[in-house]
Design a protein around this ligand. Structure first.
Ligand SMILES: Nc1ncnc2c1ncn2[C@@H]1O[C@H](COP(=O)(O)OP(=O)(O)OP(=O)(O)O)[C@@H](O)[C@H]1O
Length: 259
């Protein structure tokens, strides 16, 4: 089981941001949702989490249609999300940010471990000990991304949606993030990842869905997507506009780095 999106269409005025898009994010897998800027990835996250009502289509979580549920009810059913722009509680410390989510979860699940225990475990697991008492608004973006992940995990999600988590991270932070993501999926969580960093995408994803101008361009394993002519055309088209002869001379490099 996991998340299924069926035939979702979203229009903003005359612009179709998502055109009859279906996708699945299965338990225990990391599923990538990729595509050029404006392809419709964040709009899809908004539909899944209930922030954007679609004109058509439905969202099914563990076999149950949640399309009509408010965002907070979807969260209670196990959806957790991070945002493209960091959305931490700036005046709270790192530990407090995580604790807020853990306490909220415990309020509804009295048999769960104490919020303080969950917080301590996540601080250790995500290597946040050195910054645990630091205010969130003083963190560099890369560390903030890890704190957002910890806060999402404090809700014990069934499905974890991550919107460009590697943006603002340095190489070692991305490597650490990737390790945690694989661990989380191995515990049975369905992870849906929107990301432009193709090294991260290709190293953690089991399956990819590619959007372009609101349409599904391709779907498959990382190897299948890298070899897909339509994907190559879409991305090389982007690079073409940049007139980068070095990248144009090496399409594999473009798909590995510039996607
Ligand atoms: N609230 C809105 N009103 C009007 N148009 C919107 C709105 N939200 C998104 N769009 C448009 O819908 C399209 C898809 O946007 P979306 O943010 O989902 O793309 P994206 O794939 O997440 O892009 P990026 O990689 O740049 O984050 C874009 O053309 C965008 O301008």
């Amino acid at each position: 089981m996991g998340l299924e999106v069926e035939g979702v269409t979203v229009r903003f005025g005359g612009h179709t941001a998502l055109d009859n898009i279906s996708l699945r994010a299965l338990d225990g897998k990391v599923t990538g949702l990729i595509g050029p800027n404006g392809a419709g990835k964040t709009t899809m996250f908004n539909v899944i989490t209930g922030l954007q009502a679609p004109h058509a289509g439905r969202v099914v979580l563990d076999g149950r249609d949640v399309s009509k549920l408010a965002p907070y009810k979807r969260a209670r059913r196990g959806m957790a999300r991070t945002f493209q722009r960091l959305e931490l509680f700036g005046s709270l410390t790192v530990r407090e940010n995580i604790h807020v989510a853990a306490a909220q979860f415990r309020r509804r699940h009295r048999s769960a471990e104490r919020a303080g225990t969950t917080t301590d475990t996540l601080v250790r697991r995500l290597n946040l000990g050195a910054i645990a008492e630091v205010r969130a608004d003083s963190l560099p973006t890369g560390q903030g991304r890890m704190v957002e992940l910890a806060r999402a995990l404090a809700c014990r999600p069934r499905i974890l949606l991550l919107d460009e988590p590697a943006s603002g991270q340095d190489e070692s932070e991305t490597a650490e993030f990737s390790r945690v993501l694989r661990d989380v999926a191995a515990e049975g969580v369905a992870v849906l990842l929107v990301e432009h960093d193709m090294d991260l995408v290709m190293s953690v994803c089991d399956e990819l869905h590619v959007l372009d101008f609101g349409k599904k361009l391709a779907q498959g394993t990382c190897a299948e997507i890298q070899a897909d002519p339509a994907v190559r055309a879409a991305y090389l088209g982007e690079v073409d506009e940049d007139l980068d002869p070095a990248v144009l001379a090496d399409p594999d490099e473009a798909l590995g780095v510039s996607l």
